[in-house]
Design a protein around this ligand. Structure first.
Ligand code: COA
Length: 146
């Protein structure tokens, strides 16, 4: 792997969010919603940079005893190189320092790639939310204990 850095969002890194959000388009979160949530104080955002290029990000919420993974994204040309796994490991390490041990996420039923990643990281299926997304697709709910 080339030069890889994982860094937390700060104003100077707004360009990373802008570049990444151009790639994910309208399908997921809007970047201004992400920025508002960070400013509100209960959500955090980490980027993965490869040779100083924005390659992906992880966005999650923090509550007193639990955390929800809200969005994990790796740019197309950086996929299948273990970057999502690296971001998830950094996420777990951050939660450990905060003594948070219940982790949740929702994932589209059709997103078998992401489900495979989460299963390999010991998330287990705990429920299903029918027609959860605006387009009518159902969500699977997964949980991990750290
Ligand atoms: C899902 C996503 C984050 C994976 O990123 P990635 O950097 O390619 O993932 P990694 O290289 O770290 O893969 C780790 C593991 O995940 C699994 N995996 C990842 N993508 C997969 C795919 N398309 N099909 C099957 N398994 C996949 C594999 O188990 C893989 O382990 P392996 O490389 O040892 O086989 C990326 O495809 C993405 O950004 N997708 C669009 C956004 C999204 O769906 N986010 C998740 C829901 S919020």
């Amino acid at each position: 792997m080339k030069n890889l850095q994982i860094v937390e969002y700060e104003d100077m890194l707004l360009w990373c969010l802008e570049e990444l959000s151009l790639d994910w388009g309208d399908h997921f979160w809007k970047s201004d919603e992400i920025l508002r949530s960070i400013a509100a104080g209960d959500k955090r955002l980490f980027f993965v940079l490869v040779d100083s290029q924005a390659a992906g990000m992880i966005f999650f919420s923090i509550a007193s005893l639990e955390s929800e993974l809200l969005f994990l994204f790796i740019r197309d040309n950086f996929r299948h190189q273990g970057l999502a796994r690296r971001l998830m490991k950094e996420y777990f390490a951050t939660l450990k320092t905060l003594k948070i041990d219940s982790l949740f996420l929702e994932v589209r039923e059709s997103n078998t790639g992401a489900q495979a990643l989460y299963q390999s990281l010991e998330y287990r299926l705990i429920g299903r939310r029918p027609r959860y997304y605006r387009d009518g697709e159902s969500a699977l709910v997964m949980k991990k204990e750290l």
